[in-house]
Design a protein around this ligand. Structure first.
Ligand SMILES: Cc1cc2nc3c(=O)[nH]c(=O)nc-3n(C[C@H](O)[C@H](O)[C@H](O)COP(=O)(O)OP(=O)(O)OC[C@H]3O[C@@H](n4cnc5c(N)ncnc54)[C@H](O)[C@@H]3O)c2cc1C
Ligand code: SF4
Length: 330
Protein backbone atom coordinates (compact mmCIF):
# COMPACT_ATOMS: atom_id res chain seq x y z
CA UNK A 1 0.00 0.00 0.00
CA UNK A 2 1.25 3.52 -0.81
CA UNK A 3 1.73 5.74 2.31
CA UNK A 4 -1.11 8.18 3.07
CA UNK A 5 -2.08 10.79 5.68
CA UNK A 6 -4.98 10.14 8.02
CA UNK A 7 -7.32 12.75 9.51
CA UNK A 8 -10.29 12.15 11.79
CA UNK A 9 -13.04 14.67 10.99
CA UNK A 10 -15.15 16.03 13.84
CA UNK A 11 -17.57 18.14 11.81
CA UNK A 12 -19.02 17.81 8.32
CA UNK A 13 -17.95 21.26 7.14
CA UNK A 14 -14.25 20.62 7.81
CA UNK A 15 -14.49 17.14 6.29
CA UNK A 16 -16.02 18.50 3.07
CA UNK A 17 -13.43 21.30 2.88
CA UNK A 18 -10.57 18.83 3.39
CA UNK A 19 -11.68 16.47 0.59
CA UNK A 20 -12.95 19.14 -1.81
CA UNK A 21 -9.63 20.99 -1.59
CA UNK A 22 -7.48 17.98 -2.53
CA UNK A 23 -8.20 15.81 -5.60
CA UNK A 24 -6.19 13.00 -3.94
CA UNK A 25 -8.20 13.00 -0.68
CA UNK A 26 -11.02 10.53 0.06
CA UNK A 27 -13.58 9.88 2.78
CA UNK A 28 -13.09 6.77 4.88
CA UNK A 29 -16.23 5.23 6.37
CA UNK A 30 -16.23 1.49 7.24
CA UNK A 31 -13.27 1.01 4.89
CA UNK A 32 -14.53 -2.39 3.72
CA UNK A 33 -14.36 -1.36 0.06
CA UNK A 34 -11.87 1.51 -0.03
CA UNK A 35 -9.13 -0.19 1.99
CA UNK A 36 -9.39 -3.31 -0.18
CA UNK A 37 -8.92 -1.09 -3.23
CA UNK A 38 -5.88 0.57 -1.67
CA UNK A 39 -4.34 -2.86 -1.05
CA UNK A 40 -5.06 -3.92 -4.64
CA UNK A 41 -3.56 -0.70 -6.06
CA UNK A 42 -6.89 0.44 -7.55
CA UNK A 43 -7.06 3.49 -5.25
CA UNK A 44 -4.15 5.50 -3.89
CA UNK A 45 -5.49 8.45 -1.89
CA UNK A 46 -2.93 10.88 -0.43
CA UNK A 47 -5.21 11.70 2.51
CA UNK A 48 -7.94 9.67 4.15
CA UNK A 49 -10.54 11.76 5.96
CA UNK A 50 -12.21 9.44 8.48
CA UNK A 51 -15.90 10.38 8.82
CA UNK A 52 -16.92 7.77 11.37
CA UNK A 53 -16.88 10.30 14.26
CA UNK A 54 -19.37 12.63 12.51
CA UNK A 55 -22.89 12.63 14.02
CA UNK A 56 -24.37 10.79 11.03
CA UNK A 57 -25.14 7.42 12.60
CA UNK A 58 -28.82 7.75 13.54
CA UNK A 59 -32.03 6.38 12.06
CA UNK A 60 -34.80 8.88 12.82
CA UNK A 61 -38.45 9.46 11.95
CA UNK A 62 -39.28 12.43 9.70
CA UNK A 63 -42.27 14.72 10.34
CA UNK A 64 -43.99 13.47 7.14
CA UNK A 65 -43.91 9.85 8.39
CA UNK A 66 -40.79 8.90 6.43
CA UNK A 67 -37.48 7.76 7.86
CA UNK A 68 -33.99 9.30 7.67
CA UNK A 69 -31.02 6.93 7.62
CA UNK A 70 -27.79 8.68 8.63
CA UNK A 71 -24.99 8.07 6.12
CA UNK A 72 -22.86 6.64 8.93
CA UNK A 73 -25.53 4.19 10.16
CA UNK A 74 -24.19 0.65 9.93
CA UNK A 75 -25.77 -1.80 7.48
CA UNK A 76 -26.46 -4.22 10.37
CA UNK A 77 -28.17 -1.48 12.45
CA UNK A 78 -30.39 -0.38 9.57
CA UNK A 79 -31.35 -3.98 8.71
CA UNK A 80 -32.33 -4.68 12.34
CA UNK A 81 -34.07 -1.37 13.05
CA UNK A 82 -37.72 -2.07 14.06
CA UNK A 83 -39.13 0.77 11.94
CA UNK A 84 -37.19 -0.36 8.86
CA UNK A 85 -38.29 -3.96 9.35
CA UNK A 86 -41.93 -3.01 9.82
CA UNK A 87 -42.32 -0.22 7.26
CA UNK A 88 -39.71 -1.12 4.61
CA UNK A 89 -39.05 -4.88 4.82
CA UNK A 90 -37.58 -4.82 1.30
CA UNK A 91 -34.70 -2.70 2.61
CA UNK A 92 -34.02 -4.88 5.63
CA UNK A 93 -34.10 -8.01 3.44
CA UNK A 94 -31.76 -6.44 0.84
CA UNK A 95 -29.21 -5.49 3.49
CA UNK A 96 -29.30 -8.95 5.05
CA UNK A 97 -28.49 -10.59 1.71
CA UNK A 98 -25.35 -8.46 1.39
CA UNK A 99 -21.83 -9.45 2.44
CA UNK A 100 -21.44 -11.15 5.86
CA UNK A 101 -22.42 -10.28 9.44
CA UNK A 102 -18.92 -9.00 10.18
CA UNK A 103 -18.85 -6.78 7.09
CA UNK A 104 -22.35 -5.43 7.78
CA UNK A 105 -21.13 -4.40 11.24
CA UNK A 106 -18.59 -2.08 9.58
CA UNK A 107 -20.26 -1.08 6.31
CA UNK A 108 -22.18 2.20 6.32
CA UNK A 109 -25.15 3.53 4.33
CA UNK A 110 -22.97 6.08 2.46
CA UNK A 111 -20.17 3.61 1.77
CA UNK A 112 -22.57 0.93 0.57
CA UNK A 113 -24.08 3.32 -1.99
CA UNK A 114 -20.65 4.33 -3.24
CA UNK A 115 -18.96 0.91 -3.33
CA UNK A 116 -17.42 0.20 -6.71
CA UNK A 117 -18.11 -2.56 -9.22
CA UNK A 118 -16.90 -6.11 -8.55
CA UNK A 119 -15.90 -6.61 -12.22
CA UNK A 120 -12.90 -8.95 -11.93
CA UNK A 121 -10.94 -6.97 -14.53
CA UNK A 122 -11.51 -3.72 -12.61
CA UNK A 123 -10.03 -5.44 -9.55
CA UNK A 124 -7.00 -6.79 -11.44
CA UNK A 125 -4.62 -3.93 -12.18
CA UNK A 126 -2.68 -6.04 -14.70
CA UNK A 127 -5.65 -5.93 -17.14
CA UNK A 128 -6.96 -2.95 -19.18
CA UNK A 129 -10.05 -1.29 -17.74
CA UNK A 130 -11.69 1.99 -18.78
CA UNK A 131 -13.22 2.43 -15.34
CA UNK A 132 -9.81 2.34 -13.63
CA UNK A 133 -7.89 4.14 -16.40
CA UNK A 134 -10.04 5.90 -19.03
CA UNK A 135 -9.00 5.06 -22.59
CA UNK A 136 -7.27 1.76 -21.74
CA UNK A 137 -10.05 -0.46 -23.13
CA UNK A 138 -12.41 -2.96 -21.55
CA UNK A 139 -11.08 -6.46 -20.82
CA UNK A 140 -14.56 -7.82 -20.13
CA UNK A 141 -15.75 -7.32 -23.73
CA UNK A 142 -13.66 -10.29 -24.91
CA UNK A 143 -13.49 -11.89 -21.48
CA UNK A 144 -15.63 -13.73 -18.96
CA UNK A 145 -19.00 -11.99 -18.70
CA UNK A 146 -21.20 -14.16 -16.44
CA UNK A 147 -21.58 -11.29 -13.95
CA UNK A 148 -21.85 -8.40 -16.40
CA UNK A 149 -24.63 -6.13 -17.69
CA UNK A 150 -27.52 -6.93 -20.04
CA UNK A 151 -29.15 -3.48 -19.86
CA UNK A 152 -27.78 0.04 -20.38
CA UNK A 153 -24.17 -1.03 -21.10
CA UNK A 154 -21.85 0.75 -23.54
CA UNK A 155 -18.86 -0.37 -25.64
CA UNK A 156 -16.73 1.35 -22.99
CA UNK A 157 -17.94 -0.69 -20.00
CA UNK A 158 -20.29 -3.59 -19.29
CA UNK A 159 -19.88 -3.69 -15.51
CA UNK A 160 -22.80 -3.92 -13.06
CA UNK A 161 -23.38 -2.01 -9.85
CA UNK A 162 -22.97 -4.29 -6.82
CA UNK A 163 -25.02 -2.80 -3.95
CA UNK A 164 -28.12 -4.71 -2.80
CA UNK A 165 -29.21 -1.84 -0.56
CA UNK A 166 -29.21 0.62 -3.48
CA UNK A 167 -31.67 -1.58 -5.42
CA UNK A 168 -34.17 -1.54 -2.55
CA UNK A 169 -33.68 2.23 -2.10
CA UNK A 170 -34.31 2.81 -5.82
CA UNK A 171 -37.60 0.89 -5.63
CA UNK A 172 -38.60 2.92 -2.56
CA UNK A 173 -37.95 6.30 -4.24
CA UNK A 174 -35.45 7.17 -1.52
CA UNK A 175 -33.56 10.46 -1.71
CA UNK A 176 -29.86 10.98 -0.99
CA UNK A 177 -28.98 14.10 0.96
CA UNK A 178 -25.60 15.54 0.06
CA UNK A 179 -23.41 18.20 1.62
CA UNK A 180 -21.36 20.21 -0.86
CA UNK A 181 -18.70 22.90 -0.35
CA UNK A 182 -21.44 25.52 -0.96
CA UNK A 183 -24.48 24.02 0.74
CA UNK A 184 -26.69 20.98 0.33
CA UNK A 185 -28.49 19.12 -2.42
CA UNK A 186 -30.85 16.18 -2.71
CA UNK A 187 -30.64 13.44 -5.36
CA UNK A 188 -33.19 10.64 -5.90
CA UNK A 189 -31.34 7.34 -5.40
CA UNK A 190 -32.47 6.20 -8.84
CA UNK A 191 -30.54 9.16 -10.31
CA UNK A 192 -27.41 8.86 -8.15
CA UNK A 193 -25.64 6.17 -10.19
CA UNK A 194 -24.81 6.61 -13.89
CA UNK A 195 -24.94 4.38 -16.92
CA UNK A 196 -21.39 3.96 -18.28
CA UNK A 197 -21.71 5.79 -21.64
CA UNK A 198 -18.31 7.18 -22.66
CA UNK A 199 -17.27 7.84 -19.07
CA UNK A 200 -17.43 4.63 -17.04
CA UNK A 201 -14.83 6.06 -14.67
CA UNK A 202 -17.70 8.12 -13.19
CA UNK A 203 -19.94 5.82 -11.15
CA UNK A 204 -22.27 8.53 -9.84
CA UNK A 205 -23.37 12.12 -10.40
CA UNK A 206 -21.53 13.25 -7.25
CA UNK A 207 -18.68 15.75 -7.61
CA UNK A 208 -15.39 15.14 -5.85
CA UNK A 209 -15.69 16.09 -2.17
CA UNK A 210 -19.49 15.90 -1.93
CA UNK A 211 -20.45 14.13 1.28
CA UNK A 212 -23.53 11.94 1.61
CA UNK A 213 -25.07 12.84 4.96
CA UNK A 214 -28.30 10.80 4.91
CA UNK A 215 -30.83 8.87 2.88
CA UNK A 216 -34.53 9.77 3.27
CA UNK A 217 -37.22 7.14 2.84
CA UNK A 218 -40.60 8.62 1.87
CA UNK A 219 -43.73 7.69 3.80
CA UNK A 220 -45.04 4.77 1.71
CA UNK A 221 -47.73 2.65 3.34
CA UNK A 222 -47.62 0.09 0.54
CA UNK A 223 -43.94 -0.60 1.32
CA UNK A 224 -45.05 -2.59 4.38
CA UNK A 225 -45.70 -5.32 1.80
CA UNK A 226 -42.46 -5.45 -0.12
CA UNK A 227 -39.83 -8.04 -1.02
CA UNK A 228 -36.19 -8.42 -2.01
CA UNK A 229 -35.14 -11.56 -3.88
CA UNK A 230 -31.54 -12.27 -4.83
CA UNK A 231 -30.10 -15.03 -7.04
CA UNK A 232 -26.40 -15.72 -6.51
CA UNK A 233 -23.82 -18.42 -7.06
CA UNK A 234 -23.59 -19.32 -3.34
CA UNK A 235 -26.32 -19.32 -0.69
CA UNK A 236 -24.61 -16.45 1.15
CA UNK A 237 -21.62 -14.11 0.98
CA UNK A 238 -21.95 -13.54 -2.78
CA UNK A 239 -22.98 -10.66 -5.03
CA UNK A 240 -26.22 -10.78 -7.01
CA UNK A 241 -26.43 -12.37 -10.44
CA UNK A 242 -29.92 -10.88 -10.52
CA UNK A 243 -31.94 -9.27 -7.75
CA UNK A 244 -35.44 -7.80 -7.60
CA UNK A 245 -36.85 -5.27 -5.12
CA UNK A 246 -40.63 -4.85 -5.34
CA UNK A 247 -43.48 -2.95 -3.67
CA UNK A 248 -47.00 -3.84 -4.78
CA UNK A 249 -50.28 -2.15 -3.84
CA UNK A 250 -53.45 -3.94 -4.98
CA UNK A 251 -57.09 -3.08 -4.42
CA UNK A 252 -59.93 -5.33 -5.63
CA UNK A 253 -57.48 -7.40 -7.65
CA UNK A 254 -56.24 -4.33 -9.56
CA UNK A 255 -52.73 -2.89 -9.28
CA UNK A 256 -53.01 0.55 -7.69
CA UNK A 257 -49.26 1.11 -7.48
CA UNK A 258 -46.13 -0.89 -8.16
CA UNK A 259 -42.43 -0.10 -7.78
CA UNK A 260 -39.73 -2.48 -8.95
CA UNK A 261 -35.96 -2.25 -9.34
CA UNK A 262 -33.48 -4.85 -10.58
CA UNK A 263 -29.91 -5.42 -9.40
CA UNK A 264 -27.18 -7.30 -11.27
CA UNK A 265 -28.44 -6.23 -14.70
CA UNK A 266 -26.92 -2.80 -15.24
CA UNK A 267 -24.30 -0.25 -14.22
CA UNK A 268 -26.87 1.17 -11.80
CA UNK A 269 -29.92 -0.12 -9.92
CA UNK A 270 -32.40 -0.56 -12.77
CA UNK A 271 -35.81 0.94 -12.03
CA UNK A 272 -38.34 -1.07 -14.06
CA UNK A 273 -40.38 1.87 -15.34
CA UNK A 274 -41.74 0.10 -18.45
CA UNK A 275 -43.01 -2.82 -16.33
CA UNK A 276 -44.53 -0.41 -13.80
CA UNK A 277 -46.35 1.48 -16.59
CA UNK A 278 -47.70 -1.78 -17.99
CA UNK A 279 -49.00 -2.89 -14.59
CA UNK A 280 -50.58 0.24 -13.09
CA UNK A 281 -54.34 -0.14 -13.40
CA UNK A 282 -54.09 -3.71 -14.72
CA UNK A 283 -55.49 -6.83 -13.05
CA UNK A 284 -52.85 -8.48 -10.85
CA UNK A 285 -52.57 -11.75 -12.76
CA UNK A 286 -49.61 -13.94 -13.66
CA UNK A 287 -50.22 -13.09 -17.33
CA UNK A 288 -50.00 -9.36 -16.59
CA UNK A 289 -46.79 -9.87 -14.58
CA UNK A 290 -45.26 -11.88 -17.46
CA UNK A 291 -46.22 -9.22 -20.00
CA UNK A 292 -44.77 -6.46 -17.79
CA UNK A 293 -41.48 -8.35 -17.43
CA UNK A 294 -41.32 -8.79 -21.21
CA UNK A 295 -41.89 -5.07 -21.70
CA UNK A 296 -39.06 -4.23 -19.32
CA UNK A 297 -36.54 -6.70 -20.70
CA UNK A 298 -37.30 -6.17 -24.41
CA UNK A 299 -34.11 -4.11 -24.82
CA UNK A 300 -31.86 -6.47 -22.83
CA UNK A 301 -28.75 -7.51 -24.77
CA UNK A 302 -26.77 -10.46 -23.43
CA UNK A 303 -23.00 -10.85 -23.61
CA UNK A 304 -21.29 -14.18 -24.36
CA UNK A 305 -21.79 -15.75 -20.92
CA UNK A 306 -24.86 -14.12 -19.40
CA UNK A 307 -28.01 -14.70 -21.52
CA UNK A 308 -29.35 -16.64 -18.51
CA UNK A 309 -29.75 -13.32 -16.65
CA UNK A 310 -32.64 -12.27 -18.88
CA UNK A 311 -34.61 -15.47 -18.25
CA UNK A 312 -33.76 -15.35 -14.56
CA UNK A 313 -34.80 -11.70 -14.20
CA UNK A 314 -38.13 -12.44 -15.92
CA UNK A 315 -38.98 -15.38 -13.69
CA UNK A 316 -37.84 -13.62 -10.50
CA UNK A 317 -39.95 -10.57 -11.35
CA UNK A 318 -43.04 -12.74 -11.88
CA UNK A 319 -42.52 -14.87 -8.80
CA UNK A 320 -41.89 -11.90 -6.45
CA UNK A 321 -44.97 -10.06 -7.70
CA UNK A 322 -47.13 -13.19 -7.47
CA UNK A 323 -45.97 -13.70 -3.91
CA UNK A 324 -46.83 -10.09 -2.99
CA UNK A 325 -50.19 -10.34 -4.78
CA UNK A 326 -51.09 -13.46 -2.79
CA UNK A 327 -50.17 -11.67 0.42
CA UNK A 328 -52.39 -8.69 -0.44
CA UNK A 329 -55.46 -10.80 -1.18
CA UNK A 330 -58.11 -10.58 1.56
C1 LIG B 1 -16.20 -10.04 0.70
C2 LIG B 1 -17.25 -8.98 0.50
C3 LIG B 1 -18.54 -9.34 0.12
C4 LIG B 1 -19.51 -8.36 -0.08
N1 LIG B 1 -20.78 -8.72 -0.47
C5 LIG B 1 -21.70 -7.74 -0.72
C6 LIG B 1 -23.01 -8.05 -1.20
O1 LIG B 1 -23.36 -9.21 -1.38
N2 LIG B 1 -23.88 -7.02 -1.41
C7 LIG B 1 -23.53 -5.71 -1.20
O2 LIG B 1 -24.36 -4.83 -1.41
N3 LIG B 1 -22.30 -5.39 -0.78
C8 LIG B 1 -21.39 -6.37 -0.53
N4 LIG B 1 -20.14 -6.03 -0.12
C9 LIG B 1 -19.75 -4.62 -0.14
C10 LIG B 1 -19.93 -3.94 1.18
O3 LIG B 1 -21.31 -3.82 1.39
C11 LIG B 1 -19.26 -2.59 1.01
O4 LIG B 1 -17.87 -2.82 1.07
C12 LIG B 1 -19.66 -1.61 2.07
O5 LIG B 1 -21.03 -1.38 2.05
C13 LIG B 1 -18.93 -0.29 1.89
O6 LIG B 1 -19.22 0.53 3.00
P1 LIG B 1 -18.08 1.18 3.86
O7 LIG B 1 -18.73 2.04 4.88
O8 LIG B 1 -17.11 0.16 4.36
O9 LIG B 1 -17.39 2.08 2.73
P2 LIG B 1 -15.88 2.53 2.52
O10 LIG B 1 -15.08 1.39 2.03
O11 LIG B 1 -15.37 3.28 3.71
O12 LIG B 1 -16.12 3.60 1.35
C14 LIG B 1 -16.53 3.21 0.06
C15 LIG B 1 -16.49 4.46 -0.84
O13 LIG B 1 -17.49 5.38 -0.43
C16 LIG B 1 -16.91 6.65 -0.09
N5 LIG B 1 -17.74 7.13 1.02
C17 LIG B 1 -18.06 6.43 2.14
N6 LIG B 1 -18.96 7.12 2.88
C18 LIG B 1 -19.21 8.28 2.19
C19 LIG B 1 -20.07 9.39 2.42
N7 LIG B 1 -20.86 9.48 3.50
N8 LIG B 1 -20.09 10.39 1.51
C20 LIG B 1 -19.30 10.33 0.40
N9 LIG B 1 -18.46 9.31 0.14
C21 LIG B 1 -18.42 8.29 1.02
C22 LIG B 1 -15.47 6.35 0.24
O14 LIG B 1 -14.64 7.47 0.02
C23 LIG B 1 -15.18 5.23 -0.74
O15 LIG B 1 -14.91 5.75 -2.01
C24 LIG B 1 -19.16 -6.99 0.12
C25 LIG B 1 -17.87 -6.64 0.53
C26 LIG B 1 -16.91 -7.62 0.71
C27 LIG B 1 -15.53 -7.20 1.13
S1 SF4 C 1 -16.58 -3.91 -17.71
FE1 SF4 C 1 -16.06 -1.85 -16.99
S2 SF4 C 1 -15.07 -2.25 -15.04
FE2 SF4 C 1 -15.00 -4.19 -16.19
S3 SF4 C 1 -13.10 -4.17 -17.41
FE3 SF4 C 1 -14.66 -3.28 -18.69
S4 SF4 C 1 -14.41 -1.08 -18.29
FE4 SF4 C 1 -13.44 -2.12 -16.60
Amino acid sequence: MIPFDYERATDAETAVAAVTGNRRAAYLAGGTNLVDHMKLGIAAPEVLVDITALPLGDVEELPDGGLRLGAGALNSEVAAHPLVRRRYPVLSQALLTGASGQLRNLATVGGNLLQRTRCVYFQDVTTPCNKRSPGEGCSALDGYTRYHAVLGASPHCVAVHPSDMAVALAALDAVVRVRTADGERAIPVAELHRLPGEHPERDTVLEHGELITAVDLPPLRSARRSRYAKARDRASFAFALVSVAAVLDISGGVVRDVRVAFGGLAHKPWRATAAERALRGARATSEAFHAAAEAELADARPLRDNAFKITLARSMFVSVLRELAREESP
